[in-house]
Design a protein around this ligand. Structure first.
Ligand code: TRP
Ligand code: ZN
Length: 512
Protein backbone atom coordinates (compact mmCIF):
# COMPACT_ATOMS: atom_id res chain seq x y z
CA UNK A 1 0.00 0.00 0.00
CA UNK A 2 2.61 2.49 -1.04
CA UNK A 3 0.23 4.80 -2.80
CA UNK A 4 -1.64 7.46 -0.94
CA UNK A 5 -5.33 6.93 -0.86
CA UNK A 6 -8.29 8.78 0.38
CA UNK A 7 -10.20 6.86 2.93
CA UNK A 8 -12.54 4.46 1.29
CA UNK A 9 -14.02 3.80 4.70
CA UNK A 10 -16.28 6.61 4.16
CA UNK A 11 -17.20 6.77 0.59
CA UNK A 12 -18.97 3.50 1.11
CA UNK A 13 -20.96 4.67 4.06
CA UNK A 14 -24.11 5.54 2.21
CA UNK A 15 -25.09 3.31 2.76
CA UNK A 16 -39.71 -21.23 21.14
CA UNK A 17 -38.65 -23.14 22.99
CA UNK A 18 -35.88 -21.91 25.15
CA UNK A 19 -33.85 -24.08 27.39
CA UNK A 20 -34.82 -22.16 30.49
CA UNK A 21 -33.03 -24.29 33.02
CA UNK A 22 -29.71 -24.17 31.31
CA UNK A 23 -30.06 -20.49 30.67
CA UNK A 24 -30.78 -19.81 34.33
CA UNK A 25 -27.85 -21.93 35.45
CA UNK A 26 -25.73 -20.13 32.98
CA UNK A 27 -26.75 -16.71 34.24
CA UNK A 28 -26.11 -17.68 37.85
CA UNK A 29 -22.75 -19.04 36.90
CA UNK A 30 -21.78 -15.90 35.12
CA UNK A 31 -23.26 -13.19 37.22
CA UNK A 32 -20.78 -11.32 39.34
CA UNK A 33 -21.75 -10.89 43.01
CA UNK A 34 -24.06 -7.95 43.37
CA UNK A 35 -23.56 -5.30 45.96
CA UNK A 36 -27.14 -4.17 46.15
CA UNK A 37 -30.02 -6.27 47.42
CA UNK A 38 -32.44 -7.23 44.67
CA UNK A 39 -35.90 -5.84 45.09
CA UNK A 40 -38.67 -8.35 45.33
CA UNK A 41 -42.22 -7.19 45.27
CA UNK A 42 -44.76 -8.65 47.66
CA UNK A 43 -46.72 -11.22 45.68
CA UNK A 44 -49.94 -13.09 46.38
CA UNK A 45 -48.35 -16.46 46.73
CA UNK A 46 -45.27 -15.70 48.74
CA UNK A 47 -44.84 -13.73 51.93
CA UNK A 48 -41.91 -11.37 52.14
CA UNK A 49 -39.10 -12.75 54.19
CA UNK A 50 -40.22 -16.36 53.99
CA UNK A 51 -37.70 -18.84 52.73
CA UNK A 52 -37.86 -18.83 48.97
CA UNK A 53 -39.93 -15.67 49.02
CA UNK A 54 -38.84 -12.32 47.68
CA UNK A 55 -36.00 -10.60 49.44
CA UNK A 56 -37.92 -7.74 50.86
CA UNK A 57 -35.69 -4.73 51.13
CA UNK A 58 -38.64 -2.76 49.98
CA UNK A 59 -38.52 0.90 50.90
CA UNK A 60 -41.52 3.01 49.96
CA UNK A 61 -40.22 5.99 48.01
CA UNK A 62 -41.36 9.48 48.95
CA UNK A 63 -42.02 10.97 45.57
CA UNK A 64 -41.69 8.47 42.72
CA UNK A 65 -41.97 9.56 39.09
CA UNK A 66 -41.89 7.97 35.65
CA UNK A 67 -38.36 7.66 34.26
CA UNK A 68 -37.62 10.03 31.38
CA UNK A 69 -38.16 8.85 27.80
CA UNK A 70 -34.72 10.07 26.77
CA UNK A 71 -31.32 10.12 28.42
CA UNK A 72 -30.73 13.73 27.40
CA UNK A 73 -28.70 13.49 24.20
CA UNK A 74 -28.88 16.91 22.51
CA UNK A 75 -29.10 15.29 19.05
CA UNK A 76 -31.70 12.63 19.78
CA UNK A 77 -34.44 13.38 22.33
CA UNK A 78 -35.77 9.86 22.60
CA UNK A 79 -32.56 7.87 22.70
CA UNK A 80 -31.83 6.14 25.94
CA UNK A 81 -33.98 6.60 28.99
CA UNK A 82 -33.78 8.23 32.39
CA UNK A 83 -34.00 6.84 35.90
CA UNK A 84 -31.84 3.74 35.74
CA UNK A 85 -28.50 2.28 34.76
CA UNK A 86 -28.35 -1.19 33.20
CA UNK A 87 -25.68 -3.51 34.62
CA UNK A 88 -26.17 -6.63 32.55
CA UNK A 89 -28.25 -7.96 29.66
CA UNK A 90 -28.71 -11.70 29.39
CA UNK A 91 -30.23 -12.55 26.02
CA UNK A 92 -31.60 -16.01 25.37
CA UNK A 93 -32.57 -16.12 21.71
CA UNK A 94 -34.01 -18.95 19.72
CA UNK A 95 -33.54 -18.13 16.06
CA UNK A 96 -35.55 -19.77 13.29
CA UNK A 97 -33.39 -18.94 10.28
CA UNK A 98 -35.86 -20.09 7.61
CA UNK A 99 -38.66 -17.92 8.95
CA UNK A 100 -36.40 -15.17 10.35
CA UNK A 101 -38.33 -15.34 13.59
CA UNK A 102 -36.74 -15.00 16.99
CA UNK A 103 -38.09 -16.04 20.37
CA UNK A 104 -36.30 -14.15 23.09
CA UNK A 105 -36.05 -13.79 26.82
CA UNK A 106 -34.13 -10.71 27.90
CA UNK A 107 -33.13 -10.71 31.55
CA UNK A 108 -31.92 -7.25 32.45
CA UNK A 109 -30.28 -6.21 35.71
CA UNK A 110 -30.49 -2.51 36.36
CA UNK A 111 -29.97 -0.07 39.19
CA UNK A 112 -32.49 2.71 39.70
CA UNK A 113 -30.97 6.19 39.80
CA UNK A 114 -34.13 7.89 41.09
CA UNK A 115 -37.46 6.99 42.63
CA UNK A 116 -39.54 5.40 39.90
CA UNK A 117 -43.09 4.42 39.06
CA UNK A 118 -42.26 3.32 35.52
CA UNK A 119 -39.32 3.17 33.18
CA UNK A 120 -38.80 3.13 29.43
CA UNK A 121 -36.74 0.92 27.16
CA UNK A 122 -36.28 1.04 23.40
CA UNK A 123 -37.70 -1.86 21.42
CA UNK A 124 -38.61 -1.58 17.75
CA UNK A 125 -41.19 -3.92 16.25
CA UNK A 126 -41.42 -7.45 17.71
CA UNK A 127 -44.20 -8.66 20.01
CA UNK A 128 -43.80 -8.53 23.77
CA UNK A 129 -45.48 -11.52 25.40
CA UNK A 130 -44.72 -10.88 29.03
CA UNK A 131 -42.80 -8.54 31.30
CA UNK A 132 -41.88 -9.15 34.89
CA UNK A 133 -40.00 -7.04 37.39
CA UNK A 134 -38.42 -8.71 40.40
CA UNK A 135 -40.33 -11.87 39.53
CA UNK A 136 -43.73 -10.13 39.46
CA UNK A 137 -45.78 -9.59 36.31
CA UNK A 138 -45.75 -6.00 35.13
CA UNK A 139 -47.98 -4.03 32.79
CA UNK A 140 -46.38 -2.38 29.81
CA UNK A 141 -47.21 -0.14 26.91
CA UNK A 142 -45.66 0.14 23.43
CA UNK A 143 -45.45 3.37 21.49
CA UNK A 144 -43.35 2.97 18.34
CA UNK A 145 -39.75 2.49 19.50
CA UNK A 146 -40.50 3.20 23.15
CA UNK A 147 -41.75 0.60 25.61
CA UNK A 148 -42.96 1.77 29.02
CA UNK A 149 -42.82 -0.72 31.87
CA UNK A 150 -45.02 0.06 34.87
CA UNK A 151 -43.34 -1.15 38.04
CA UNK A 152 -45.61 -3.32 40.21
CA UNK A 153 -44.81 -0.96 43.11
CA UNK A 154 -42.97 2.36 43.14
CA UNK A 155 -39.27 1.83 43.72
CA UNK A 156 -36.70 3.92 45.56
CA UNK A 157 -33.44 5.07 44.02
CA UNK A 158 -30.27 2.94 44.09
CA UNK A 159 -32.13 -0.37 44.02
CA UNK A 160 -31.20 -3.35 41.90
CA UNK A 161 -34.09 -4.59 39.77
CA UNK A 162 -34.24 -7.61 37.54
CA UNK A 163 -36.50 -7.28 34.52
CA UNK A 164 -37.50 -10.21 32.41
CA UNK A 165 -39.01 -9.59 28.99
CA UNK A 166 -40.34 -12.40 26.85
CA UNK A 167 -40.76 -11.45 23.20
CA UNK A 168 -40.87 -12.81 19.68
CA UNK A 169 -41.19 -11.85 16.05
CA UNK A 170 -39.25 -10.88 12.96
CA UNK A 171 -36.61 -8.28 13.83
CA UNK A 172 -36.20 -5.19 11.72
CA UNK A 173 -39.69 -5.23 10.23
CA UNK A 174 -40.46 -1.86 11.75
CA UNK A 175 -38.32 0.56 9.78
CA UNK A 176 -39.46 3.46 11.86
CA UNK A 177 -36.18 3.83 13.75
CA UNK A 178 -35.29 7.08 15.42
CA UNK A 179 -32.31 7.74 13.13
CA UNK A 180 -33.22 5.66 10.14
CA UNK A 181 -30.26 6.10 7.83
CA UNK A 182 -27.65 4.33 9.90
CA UNK A 183 -29.93 2.36 12.11
CA UNK A 184 -30.34 -0.96 10.48
CA UNK A 185 -29.71 -3.40 13.32
CA UNK A 186 -30.69 -7.01 12.69
CA UNK A 187 -30.42 -7.98 9.04
CA UNK A 188 -31.36 -11.37 7.63
CA UNK A 189 -29.86 -12.24 4.24
CA UNK A 190 -31.19 -15.71 3.63
CA UNK A 191 -28.28 -17.92 4.63
CA UNK A 192 -27.10 -15.59 7.37
CA UNK A 193 -27.81 -12.81 9.83
CA UNK A 194 -25.69 -9.82 10.71
CA UNK A 195 -26.36 -7.09 13.25
CA UNK A 196 -24.99 -3.61 12.58
CA UNK A 197 -26.45 -0.22 13.45
CA UNK A 198 -24.97 3.02 14.71
CA UNK A 199 -26.15 5.17 16.44
CA UNK A 200 -29.04 2.74 16.92
CA UNK A 201 -30.04 -0.75 15.89
CA UNK A 202 -29.82 -2.81 19.08
CA UNK A 203 -33.51 -2.18 19.72
CA UNK A 204 -34.38 -4.18 16.59
CA UNK A 205 -33.48 -7.38 18.46
CA UNK A 206 -33.71 -6.78 22.20
CA UNK A 207 -35.18 -4.27 24.67
CA UNK A 208 -32.43 -1.82 25.57
CA UNK A 209 -31.44 1.51 27.03
CA UNK A 210 -30.11 2.56 23.68
CA UNK A 211 -27.43 5.14 24.37
CA UNK A 212 -23.62 4.85 24.71
CA UNK A 213 -23.81 6.41 28.20
CA UNK A 214 -25.39 3.24 29.54
CA UNK A 215 -22.73 0.59 29.08
CA UNK A 216 -23.42 -2.91 30.37
CA UNK A 217 -22.04 -6.44 30.29
CA UNK A 218 -23.75 -9.08 28.17
CA UNK A 219 -24.33 -12.79 27.99
CA UNK A 220 -25.95 -14.52 25.05
CA UNK A 221 -27.47 -17.96 24.65
CA UNK A 222 -28.33 -18.28 20.97
CA UNK A 223 -30.09 -21.41 19.76
CA UNK A 224 -29.87 -22.20 16.05
CA UNK A 225 -29.83 -25.21 13.72
CA UNK A 226 -26.81 -27.34 14.50
CA UNK A 227 -25.13 -26.69 11.13
CA UNK A 228 -24.83 -22.96 11.89
CA UNK A 229 -22.21 -21.02 13.82
CA UNK A 230 -22.86 -17.99 16.00
CA UNK A 231 -20.39 -15.14 16.51
CA UNK A 232 -20.92 -12.51 19.20
CA UNK A 233 -19.12 -10.10 21.51
CA UNK A 234 -16.70 -11.41 24.09
CA UNK A 235 -15.77 -15.06 24.18
CA UNK A 236 -17.51 -18.30 23.29
CA UNK A 237 -18.01 -20.05 26.59
CA UNK A 238 -19.51 -23.27 25.24
CA UNK A 239 -21.79 -24.82 22.65
CA UNK A 240 -24.48 -27.25 23.79
CA UNK A 241 -25.75 -29.70 21.23
CA UNK A 242 -29.36 -30.73 21.53
CA UNK A 243 -30.51 -32.93 18.63
CA UNK A 244 -30.59 -30.85 15.47
CA UNK A 245 -30.19 -27.61 17.45
CA UNK A 246 -27.28 -26.12 19.27
CA UNK A 247 -27.04 -23.30 21.79
CA UNK A 248 -24.05 -20.98 21.64
CA UNK A 249 -23.11 -19.25 24.90
CA UNK A 250 -21.14 -16.04 24.57
CA UNK A 251 -20.01 -13.73 27.36
CA UNK A 252 -18.92 -10.11 27.18
CA UNK A 253 -17.40 -9.28 30.56
CA UNK A 254 -16.45 -5.67 29.87
CA UNK A 255 -19.25 -3.09 29.77
CA UNK A 256 -20.08 -1.89 26.25
CA UNK A 257 -22.56 0.45 24.58
CA UNK A 258 -25.64 -1.07 22.91
CA UNK A 259 -24.60 -0.11 19.35
CA UNK A 260 -21.46 -2.19 19.87
CA UNK A 261 -23.36 -5.41 20.46
CA UNK A 262 -23.67 -7.86 17.62
CA UNK A 263 -24.34 -11.41 16.70
CA UNK A 264 -23.64 -13.11 13.40
CA UNK A 265 -25.24 -16.35 12.29
CA UNK A 266 -24.19 -18.38 9.23
CA UNK A 267 -22.15 -21.38 8.21
CA UNK A 268 -18.93 -19.63 9.17
CA UNK A 269 -15.50 -21.10 9.09
CA UNK A 270 -13.76 -20.23 12.31
CA UNK A 271 -10.10 -19.27 12.46
CA UNK A 272 -8.46 -18.98 15.86
CA UNK A 273 -4.97 -17.98 16.83
CA UNK A 274 -3.03 -15.82 19.25
CA UNK A 275 -1.54 -12.54 18.14
CA UNK A 276 2.03 -11.56 19.02
CA UNK A 277 0.82 -10.08 22.31
CA UNK A 278 -0.94 -13.33 23.27
CA UNK A 279 -4.39 -11.88 22.54
CA UNK A 280 -6.85 -14.56 21.36
CA UNK A 281 -8.06 -13.64 17.87
CA UNK A 282 -10.92 -15.52 16.28
CA UNK A 283 -12.26 -14.68 12.86
CA UNK A 284 -15.58 -15.92 11.47
CA UNK A 285 -15.58 -16.11 7.67
CA UNK A 286 -18.72 -16.70 5.62
CA UNK A 287 -18.44 -19.84 3.50
CA UNK A 288 -18.02 -17.90 0.24
CA UNK A 289 -15.49 -15.36 1.48
CA UNK A 290 -12.45 -15.67 -0.80
CA UNK A 291 -8.97 -16.50 0.40
CA UNK A 292 -7.66 -13.08 -0.61
CA UNK A 293 -10.30 -11.36 1.53
CA UNK A 294 -9.40 -13.65 4.44
CA UNK A 295 -5.76 -12.68 3.95
CA UNK A 296 -6.71 -9.02 4.42
CA UNK A 297 -7.09 -9.78 8.12
CA UNK A 298 -3.72 -11.48 8.53
CA UNK A 299 -2.00 -8.45 10.06
CA UNK A 300 -4.50 -7.85 12.86
CA UNK A 301 -2.20 -9.31 15.52
CA UNK A 302 0.66 -7.05 14.43
CA UNK A 303 -1.71 -4.10 14.41
CA UNK A 304 -2.75 -4.86 18.00
CA UNK A 305 0.89 -5.02 19.01
CA UNK A 306 1.67 -1.69 17.35
CA UNK A 307 -1.44 0.12 18.62
CA UNK A 308 -0.58 -0.97 22.16
CA UNK A 309 2.64 1.02 21.88
CA UNK A 310 0.80 4.23 20.97
CA UNK A 311 -2.62 3.89 22.65
CA UNK A 312 -1.89 1.71 25.68
CA UNK A 313 -2.95 -1.88 26.43
CA UNK A 314 -5.60 -3.51 24.24
CA UNK A 315 -8.74 -2.98 26.33
CA UNK A 316 -10.64 -6.29 25.95
CA UNK A 317 -10.08 -10.02 26.38
CA UNK A 318 -10.42 -11.04 22.73
CA UNK A 319 -10.51 -9.66 19.23
CA UNK A 320 -11.83 -10.88 15.90
CA UNK A 321 -14.02 -10.18 12.92
CA UNK A 322 -17.14 -11.68 11.43
CA UNK A 323 -16.92 -11.40 7.64
CA UNK A 324 -20.20 -12.09 5.88
CA UNK A 325 -20.16 -13.36 2.32
CA UNK A 326 -21.97 -10.37 0.93
CA UNK A 327 -20.82 -6.91 -0.06
CA UNK A 328 -21.94 -4.62 2.75
CA UNK A 329 -20.07 -1.45 1.83
CA UNK A 330 -19.34 -0.75 5.50
CA UNK A 331 -17.79 -2.20 8.57
CA UNK A 332 -18.85 -1.59 12.17
CA UNK A 333 -16.64 -1.67 15.24
CA UNK A 334 -18.86 -3.97 17.33
CA UNK A 335 -16.83 -4.73 20.42
CA UNK A 336 -14.29 -7.56 20.06
CA UNK A 337 -16.19 -8.93 17.02
CA UNK A 338 -16.20 -6.41 14.20
CA UNK A 339 -18.77 -6.80 11.41
CA UNK A 340 -17.49 -6.81 7.82
CA UNK A 341 -18.82 -7.59 4.37
CA UNK A 342 -16.47 -9.15 1.85
CA UNK A 343 -16.13 -6.10 -0.43
CA UNK A 344 -14.50 -3.67 1.92
CA UNK A 345 -11.59 -5.20 3.78
CA UNK A 346 -8.43 -3.31 2.88
CA UNK A 347 -5.74 -2.42 5.38
CA UNK A 348 -7.27 0.98 6.03
CA UNK A 349 -10.57 -0.37 7.16
CA UNK A 350 -9.09 -3.36 9.01
CA UNK A 351 -6.82 -1.07 11.07
CA UNK A 352 -9.58 1.56 11.43
CA UNK A 353 -12.02 -0.91 12.99
CA UNK A 354 -9.38 -2.34 15.30
CA UNK A 355 -8.46 1.16 16.49
CA UNK A 356 -12.11 1.71 17.43
CA UNK A 357 -11.59 -0.82 20.25
CA UNK A 358 -9.71 2.00 22.03
CA UNK A 359 -11.65 4.92 20.51
CA UNK A 360 -15.39 4.35 20.75
CA UNK A 361 -15.53 0.95 22.39
CA UNK A 362 -13.27 1.42 25.44
CA UNK A 363 -13.52 5.22 25.59
CA UNK A 364 -17.21 5.74 24.84
CA UNK A 365 -19.08 8.89 23.87
CA UNK A 366 -20.97 11.04 26.35
CA UNK A 367 -23.27 12.11 23.53
CA UNK A 368 -23.38 11.65 19.77
CA UNK A 369 -22.16 15.17 19.11
CA UNK A 370 -18.69 13.93 20.10
CA UNK A 371 -18.42 11.46 17.21
CA UNK A 372 -15.05 12.99 16.17
CA UNK A 373 -13.56 11.22 19.20
CA UNK A 374 -14.48 7.94 17.47
CA UNK A 375 -14.09 8.52 13.76
CA UNK A 376 -11.33 11.12 13.65
CA UNK A 377 -9.20 8.99 15.96
CA UNK A 378 -9.83 5.67 14.21
CA UNK A 379 -9.04 7.32 10.87
CA UNK A 380 -5.80 8.80 12.15
CA UNK A 381 -4.92 5.41 13.65
CA UNK A 382 -4.84 3.96 10.12
CA UNK A 383 -2.37 6.68 9.17
CA UNK A 384 -0.24 5.80 12.16
CA UNK A 385 -0.30 2.16 11.11
CA UNK A 386 0.77 3.23 7.62
CA UNK A 387 3.65 5.19 9.05
CA UNK A 388 4.68 2.25 11.21
CA UNK A 389 4.41 -0.32 8.43
CA UNK A 390 5.44 1.67 5.34
CA UNK A 391 7.39 4.67 6.57
CA UNK A 392 7.04 8.34 7.25
CA UNK A 393 7.00 9.29 3.57
CA UNK A 394 3.80 7.36 3.04
CA UNK A 395 2.20 9.11 5.98
CA UNK A 396 3.29 12.53 4.72
CA UNK A 397 1.93 11.80 1.26
CA UNK A 398 -1.40 10.70 2.68
CA UNK A 399 -1.71 13.72 4.91
CA UNK A 400 -0.92 16.08 2.03
CA UNK A 401 -3.41 14.32 -0.26
CA UNK A 402 -6.13 14.33 2.38
CA UNK A 403 -5.47 17.98 3.13
CA UNK A 404 -5.87 18.86 -0.52
CA UNK A 405 -9.02 16.77 -0.73
CA UNK A 406 -10.63 18.49 2.24
CA UNK A 407 -9.47 21.92 1.04
CA UNK A 408 -11.10 21.36 -2.34
CA UNK A 409 -14.18 19.37 -1.43
CA UNK A 410 -14.74 20.09 2.25
CA UNK A 411 -17.69 22.30 1.51
CA UNK A 412 -19.47 19.44 -0.18
CA UNK A 413 -18.91 17.17 2.76
CA UNK A 414 -20.60 19.26 5.38
CA UNK A 415 -21.77 22.71 6.29
CA UNK A 416 -21.27 21.94 9.96
CA UNK A 417 -18.06 21.88 11.95
CA UNK A 418 -16.86 18.39 12.79
CA UNK A 419 -17.07 19.08 16.52
CA UNK A 420 -20.80 19.60 16.12
CA UNK A 421 -21.78 17.86 12.88
CA UNK A 422 -25.49 17.60 13.65
CA UNK A 423 -27.59 14.43 13.83
CA UNK A 424 -27.53 13.99 10.05
CA UNK A 425 -23.82 14.66 9.75
CA UNK A 426 -22.44 12.14 12.25
CA UNK A 427 -20.76 9.99 9.62
CA UNK A 428 -19.95 12.74 7.21
CA UNK A 429 -16.62 12.26 5.50
CA UNK A 430 -15.30 15.46 7.07
CA UNK A 431 -15.61 13.94 10.54
CA UNK A 432 -13.25 11.20 9.36
CA UNK A 433 -10.80 12.94 7.06
CA UNK A 434 -10.61 16.45 8.47
CA UNK A 435 -10.89 14.78 11.87
CA UNK A 436 -7.75 12.79 11.19
CA UNK A 437 -5.92 15.88 9.87
CA UNK A 438 -6.75 17.70 13.11
CA UNK A 439 -4.88 15.06 15.09
CA UNK A 440 -1.90 15.16 12.79
CA UNK A 441 -1.84 18.96 13.08
CA UNK A 442 -1.91 18.63 16.87
CA UNK A 443 0.99 16.20 16.72
CA UNK A 444 3.07 18.55 14.58
CA UNK A 445 2.20 21.50 16.80
CA UNK A 446 3.19 19.79 20.06
CA UNK A 447 5.76 17.22 18.96
CA UNK A 448 5.56 13.42 19.16
CA UNK A 449 6.39 13.16 22.81
CA UNK A 450 3.56 15.35 24.08
CA UNK A 451 1.12 14.12 21.44
CA UNK A 452 1.44 10.43 22.27
CA UNK A 453 1.39 11.14 25.97
CA UNK A 454 -1.89 13.00 25.43
CA UNK A 455 -3.38 10.04 23.57
CA UNK A 456 -2.33 7.53 26.20
CA UNK A 457 -3.44 9.73 29.09
CA UNK A 458 -6.83 10.26 27.44
CA UNK A 459 -7.37 6.51 26.90
CA UNK A 460 -6.25 5.68 30.40
CA UNK A 461 -8.41 8.32 32.01
CA UNK A 462 -11.62 7.75 30.07
CA UNK A 463 -11.27 4.08 29.16
CA UNK A 464 -14.20 2.02 30.43
CA UNK A 465 -16.25 5.22 30.64
CA UNK A 466 -17.34 8.05 28.36
CA UNK A 467 -15.74 11.23 27.09
CA UNK A 468 -16.62 14.42 25.29
CA UNK A 469 -14.45 16.67 23.15
CA UNK A 470 -13.86 19.07 26.05
CA UNK A 471 -12.27 16.18 27.95
CA UNK A 472 -9.76 15.58 25.18
CA UNK A 473 -8.96 19.29 24.97
CA UNK A 474 -8.45 19.41 28.74
CA UNK A 475 -6.03 16.45 28.63
CA UNK A 476 -4.16 18.06 25.72
CA UNK A 477 -3.74 21.31 27.61
CA UNK A 478 -2.80 19.57 30.82
CA UNK A 479 -0.12 17.38 29.24
CA UNK A 480 1.31 20.04 26.93
CA UNK A 481 0.99 22.92 29.38
CA UNK A 482 -0.29 25.06 26.51
CA UNK A 483 -3.51 26.92 25.85
CA UNK A 484 -4.95 25.08 22.86
CA UNK A 485 -8.33 26.77 22.77
CA UNK A 486 -7.74 28.51 19.47
CA UNK A 487 -6.18 25.46 17.86
CA UNK A 488 -9.14 23.20 18.64
CA UNK A 489 -11.69 25.87 17.88
CA UNK A 490 -10.28 26.25 14.37
CA UNK A 491 -10.11 22.54 13.61
CA UNK A 492 -13.30 21.39 15.32
CA UNK A 493 -15.74 24.25 15.62
CA UNK A 494 -15.14 26.32 12.48
CA UNK A 495 -15.69 25.23 8.91
CA UNK A 496 -12.73 27.01 7.34
CA UNK A 497 -9.75 24.67 7.04
CA UNK A 498 -6.80 25.77 9.20
CA UNK A 499 -3.28 25.56 7.76
CA UNK A 500 -0.72 22.92 8.74
CA UNK A 501 2.28 25.25 8.73
CA UNK A 502 4.84 22.52 9.52
CA UNK A 503 4.00 20.91 6.17
CA UNK A 504 3.48 24.11 4.26
CA UNK A 505 -0.20 23.25 3.79
CA UNK A 506 -2.71 26.04 3.46
CA UNK A 507 -6.22 25.98 2.05
CA UNK A 508 -5.40 29.13 0.07
CA UNK A 509 -3.21 27.01 -2.20
CA UNK A 510 -6.11 24.81 -3.27
CA UNK A 511 -8.75 27.06 -4.64
CA UNK A 512 -11.63 25.24 -6.24
N1 TRP B 1 -18.62 3.45 12.64
C1 TRP B 1 -18.53 2.84 11.34
C2 TRP B 1 -17.05 2.98 10.94
O1 TRP B 1 -16.57 4.03 10.65
C3 TRP B 1 -19.43 3.43 10.31
C4 TRP B 1 -20.90 3.34 10.57
C5 TRP B 1 -21.69 4.33 11.07
C6 TRP B 1 -21.77 2.22 10.37
N2 TRP B 1 -22.97 3.89 11.18
C7 TRP B 1 -23.05 2.62 10.77
C8 TRP B 1 -21.58 0.93 9.91
C9 TRP B 1 -24.15 1.74 10.73
C10 TRP B 1 -22.66 0.06 9.86
C11 TRP B 1 -23.93 0.46 10.26
O2 TRP B 1 -16.28 2.13 10.97
ZN1 ZN C 1 -15.08 4.30 12.12
Amino acid sequence: MATSRLLPVLAALLLSTLACNTVTDFIDEFRTPVVLPTIGFPSETEEPGEPGGPTSTFVAPDNPNPGAEGIGDPYFDDLGNGGYDVQHYDLALDVDMDANVINGIATIDLVTTQELTSLNMELLGLTVDQVSVGGVRAEFNRDRGEMTIYLPEPVAGNQLLELSIVYHGTPGEDEDGPVAEYSEGWYHYGHGVYVAGEPTGASTWYPVNEHPLDKATYSYAVTVDADLEVAANGYLQRIEENGDKSTHYWIMEDPIAPYLTTIGIAQFEVQEYQGPTGLPIRNYFGADVSQSVRDDFALQGEMVAYFETVFGPYPFQTYGVVVHDLDLGFALETATMVVFGDGFTDEYVVSHELAHMWFGDHVGLKSWQNIWLNEGFATYASELWNEHAYGRDVLDENIAANYQYVAMFGDFMTESPIGNPGPDGLFNEAVYVRGSLALHALRLELGDRAFFEIIKTYVERFGGGNAEIADFIAVSEEVSGQDLGEFFDGWLFQTELPPIPEMGLSSDDFEE
